[in-house]
Design a binder for this molecule. Structure first.
Ligand code: FAD
Ligand code: 2HG
Ligand code: ZN
Length: 483
């Protein structure tokens, strides 16, 4: 067992050897510089790290990984640090090195004929969207954290977001990858092919692996045609069945134009209006349920205004819609979307919250919201249910904000009881306990339970084959094995 003195000698020599590989700008060691990398967005975890590595390119990163592997030092990859499950947090031991991809932020290539972009892992999602737009294309992945989340992070979590209903998850938007393996080997799989049946699709293994198998350093992203027509409406609906009915009306009329269909509860929109300056309800009266519909088409003459008015008109007549506002300008589109995208921030400002990022078959969304809300209210009278999210793909954020009079710590102490209640409902509806945010540090016990048997054993065997020393993001996805 090394003594404290031994520990700091090992640490000092590791830091100086790493510095020799990545240069002065490639490593942070001062406590005040490291601090921002040690807490997560939700404020659930606070870790420790001897330094933060910030390599400038793939070769520097590969050299550093070789060194870390030879010294048996664990690595915690970090992109924009927007994980909702503590995925990018080191533990409290002070022995895990945080690896930030922030400096690897070049867009290496955009090809509007192949409809591809080669982006390094540290490129911010918004920057990738903007670059695609400049080239006359669309990179359609879209989520509230897009101003901070990175390409490496969204691929490593297989992020979904608002447009999954139309374009799929991050996985479906990736054609090739460059990865640094746990031993420092570089795998260049940056192929931009739509068809490539050459053995196992290794690239898909690293998507959604949450940094537990290797470091994604660059990716070939799939672009799509840029929209030339768009219509967005914010609608009040009488109940959950009506919200689902409205979704079906839009999907059945023109599935190809439906790029987002988001649900919000009256409580959730109320929290946004209360806590986020500059927001306003675009309807005359508040309601218990709302949906946001976003239609887009690459055809300027797609007739989306006629379509949205016709579908909303029919739904109004059928009593499925109470009232609706259709955006008349880009500024109004942004204002309507803000009511949806500020949900996470407003819940943070309203006190402690427990999040359940769950999915069910789309047809079961009303049952999910109704049953999970009832179960939580039975467990804790006064709790504020704020379900919202991606109704069009079956992924609802079944979140709960603390009762107003309760102490945040007392509420958070009941987190697991609440999550168990929601998960029991999700199980009964054939759903998943983790739709898009991943497992991270928060849910390895759930993964072991829900996927027990052949599926979990196969995952463990893959992990052992690719990262035999267990140095890649330990304690995420899998619990750390007891020695
Ligand atoms: P981090 O948080 O830094 O890391 C996430 C995980 O990926 C960690 O396990 C980390 O170790 C690993 N990782 C990061 N980079 C690499 C790499 N280069 N190689 C290997 N592993 C790596 N998620 C959704 O799916 N849909 C949403 O709509 C959505 N909205 C959000 C809104 C807000 C306000 C916030 C705060 C988060 C939201 N998220 C959403 C959650 C989050 O998963 C995404 O923001 C994003 O996928 C994380 O990207 P990041 O760069 O911040 O990754
Ligand atoms: C979203 O859809 C994100 O806005 C965040 O996935 C959800 O705060 C949450 O629980
Ligand atoms: Zn979401």
């Amino acid at each position: 067992m090394p003594s404290r003195g031994d520990d700091s000698l090992i640490r000092d020599s590791l830091i100086s050897d790493l510095r020799a590989l990545v240069g002065e700008r490639g490593i942070l060691t001062a406590a005040s510089d490291i601090e921002p990398y040690l807490s997560d967005w939700r404020g659930l975890y606070h870790g420790q790290s001897p330094c933060v590595l910030r390599p400038a390119d793939t070769q520097q990163l590969a050299d550093a990984m070789k060194l870390l592997a030879s010294r048996q030092v664990a690595v915690v990859p970090q992109g924009g640090n927007t994980s909702m499950v503590g995925g990018a947090m080191p533990d409290e031991s002070g022995r895990q090195v945080v690896l930030s991809l922030a400096r690897m932020n070049r867009i290496r290539d955009i090809d509007p004929v192949d409809m591809t972009m080669v982006a390094e892992a540290g490129v911010i999602l918004k920057a990738a969207q903007d670059a695609a737009a400049e080239a006359g294309c669309l990179f359609p992945l879209s989520l509230g954290a897009e101003g901070s989340a990175t390409i490496g992070g969204v691929l490593s979590t297989n992020a979904g977001g608002n447009t999954t209903v139309r374009y799929g998850n991050a996985r479906e938007l990736m054609l090739g990858l460059e990865v640094v393996l746990p031993d420092g080997q570089v795998w260049n799989g940056l192929r931009r092919l739509r068809k490539d049946n050459t053995g196992y699709a290794l690239r898909q293994l690293f998507v959604g692996a949450e940094g537990t198998l290797g470091i994604i350093t660059a990716a070939v992203l799939r672009l799509v045609a840029r929209p030339r027509a768009r219509e967005v409406a914010f609608c009040a609906v009488p109940d959950l069945a009506a919200a689902l009915g409205l979704f079906r009306r839009f999907r059945d009329r023109d599935e190809a134009s439906l790029q987002a269909f988001e649900y919000m509860s009256g409580t959730g929109v109320g929290l946004v209006l209360k806590h986020i300056p500059g927001t306003a309800l675009p309807l005359a009266e508040a309601a218990d349920h709302y949906v946001l519909v976003d239609l887009a088409s690459p055809r300027p003459d797609a007739g989306l205004r006629t379509l949205i008015e016709a579908v909303l008109g029919e739904a109004l007549e059928a009593g499925e819609v109470l009232d609706a506002a259709i955006a008349e300008s880009t500024a109004q589109i942004q204002a309507l979307w803000r009511l949806r995208e500020e949900h996470s921030e407003s819940q943070k400002l309203a006190g402690a919250s427990v999040k359940n990022d769950v999915s069910v078959p789309v047809s079961r969304v009303p049952d999910l919201i109704r049953l999970a809300t009832a179960a939580a209210e039975r467990l804790m009278p006064g709790i504020r249910a704020v379900p919202f999210g991606h109704m069009g793909d079956g992924n609802i954020h079944m979140n709960f904000v603390q009762p107003e009079a309760m102490a945040p710590a007392a509420f958070l102490a009941r987190s697991h009881d609440l999550m168990d209640q929601v998960n029991a409902v999700v199980r009964s509806l054939d759903g998943s306990f983790s739709a898009e945010h991943g497992i991270g540090r928060l849910k390895p016990d759930m993964l072991a339970d829900w996927r027990a048997g052949a599926e979990f054993e196969l995952m463990q065997r893959l992990k052992a084959a690719i990262d035999p020393a267990g140095l890649m993001n330990p304690g995420k996805v899998f619990e750390i094995p007891r020695s």
